[in-house]
Design a protein around this ligand. Structure first.
Ligand SMILES: Nc1nc2c(ncn2[C@@H]2O[C@H](COP(=O)(O)OP(=O)(O)OP(=O)(O)O)[C@@H](O)[C@H]2O)c(=O)[nH]1
Ligand SMILES: [Mg+2]
Length: 442
């Protein structure tokens, strides 16, 4: 699942990261590709439209973090907006004030209700609850048998009656049984139909009236694509859903259902099913799925690190110095150290898609050595020299070289690079500022 979408998005970001600065046109071109990739993944058009509009607004807006390159910033924004689309934060099961709490599972035929009922019961059992499964799908004897068998396998009690009994009566009796057994959760498996119809909705409303469930969970097959969105809206308007469980997330669906359903229906995704076995079931984490879709777990870790290391106030201060061209060698040293703190440069390079090729070519520790050398040179300078490198003449240069264990040419090279950087900054202060200062030294 999501492989095609991930690959397409990675391609878009690769294109961006080769650019030092992004124009509005670059952003628009990239977003056009993102939009296509999402539509091809069968994401609902309204979700795509809202999503790209939010990303665009933030990308061309004032949101500028000194510590990230433009491409990294866009990846960060896309990631955050994906999380928003999938639902902010984890949505937990809500229990009722009085035990037992009831969860009713609803959904179309074959979406995985019976399997999911057993999975949910097992999940609750593992977290210290005492669940009871209820076979309220009374249309087929085989459906009841399926749940009874699963209950036996998992050592979870199952309440069932002959198929002739009405669902709402089974539920009433089951509730009595639940109190007898002193269970904490009642999980109800209901009958599905091929299409939403009046009879099914009527039966569900009766069950709902009888049980006053804490949770009414719609089970949706992720393979059905964005058709699932219409199903969710319909169920929600009739029985007020409290959550969604997406099943078959282990399959090769394009991802349209997962990406569309929350945004359009407003109902949170609470769990996902990732296989046929009873333990192939997990609470849903929007942030984890977003980074899986982006296929850039490492990149996002890097961005987080960079943000933490070079915090915003510090970045603002640097930016001001750059703007007024008062950035000196001491500031340069601070930035160098901030980058160093983020880990080995080789490791960092590996995390960045565009740089990973370079990382392989670097002899081990070569960049670190270079950083250490620059650091040693700056540390051998006096305070005055760091703030006003212009005063460094031949004899000062020899002293600094001796102090830092390098050749006078190395000191010269650093000073030349720094002068070039200052020149670029002066240009930058007139509106052509390279965002990433370190970029100049590559
Ligand atoms: N791969 C995979 N298969 C699943 C998952 N969840 C359910 N299935 C399979 O989907 C099929 C249908 O599952 P059921 O639980 O019987 O579906 P149902 O909604 O109860 O079906 P009806 O009672 O006929 O409406 C079974 O073969 C399950 O093993 C999942 O997360 N991953
Ligand atoms: Mg079933």
């Amino acid at each position: 699942m999501f492989e095609v979408l991930s690959a397409k998005l990675a391609e878009v970001f690769r294109g961006l990261s080769s650019k030092g600065r992004l124009t509005e046109k670059d952003v628009d071109d990239a977003l056009r590709q993102v939009r296509l990739a999402l539509l091809e993944a069968d994401v609902n058009f309204k979700v795509v439209k809202d999503f790209t509009a939010r990303v665009r607004e933030r990308s061309v807006g004032a949101e500028v973090l000194q510590s990230l390159t433009p491409a990294q910033q866009i990846i960060k924004i896309v990631n955050e907006e994906l999380v928003t689309t999938l639902g902010e934060g984890q949505s937990h099961l809500a229990s009722s004030a009085h035990s037992p709490s009831v969860a009713v599972l609803v959904g179309l035929q074959g979406c995985g209700k019976t399997t999911t009922a057993a999975k949910l019961a097992l999940h609750l059992k593992h977290s210290g609850q005492r669940p009871l499964l209820v076979a309220a799908d009374n249309r087929r004897a085989a459906a009841i048998e399926q749940l009874v068998t699963l209950g036996k396998q998992l050592d979870i009690p199952v309440y069932s009656e002959a198929p002739s009994t009405k669902s709402k009566d089974i539920c009433a009796h089951a509730l009595k049984k639940a109190k007898e057994l002193a269970v904490t959760w009642v999980i109800v498996d209901t009958a599905g139909r091929l299409h939403i119809d009046e009879a099914m909705m009527e039966e569900l409303s009766q069950v709902k009236k009888e049980l006053k469930p804490a949770e009414i969970l719609l089970v949706v097959d992720a393979m059905t694509g964005q058709d699932a969105v219409g199903v969710a809206e319909e169920f929600h308007s009739r029985v007020s859903l409290t959550g969604i469980i997406l099943t078959k997330m282990d399959g090769d669906a394009r991802g349209g259902a997962a990406l569309s359903i929350r945004w359009v229906s407003g109902v949170p995704i609470k769990f996902i099913g990732i296989g046929e076995k009873a333990d192939a079931f997990e609470p849903f984490h929007p942030d984890r799925l977003a980074s899986r879709i982006l296929g850039m777990g490492d990149m996002l870790t890097f961005i987080e690190k960079a943000e933490k290391t070079l915090d915003e106030p510090r970045a603002k201060e640097l930016e001001k110095k750059v703007r007024t061209a008062t950035f000196n060698l001491e500031d340069f040293l601070t930035q160098l150290r901030a980058i160093e703190k983020m880990g080995s440069l080789g490791q960092l390079a590996e995390m960045i898609p565009g740089l990973s090729r370079l990382a392989g070519r670097l002899p081990d520790g070569a960049e670190e050595k270079q950083v250490k050398k620059v650091e040693a040179i700056i540390l051998s300078m006096t305070h005055q020299e760091r703030h006003n490198p212009g005063i460094i003449d031949g004899s000062r240069r020899r002293r600094i070289a001796r102090g830092s264990g390098v050749k006078p040419q190395d000191v010269n090279q650093l000073l030349n690079q720094f002068r070039l950087m200052q020149r670029l900054m002066k240009m930058g202060s007139r509106g052509r500022l390279p965002r990433n200062l370190m970029g100049i030294f590559r």
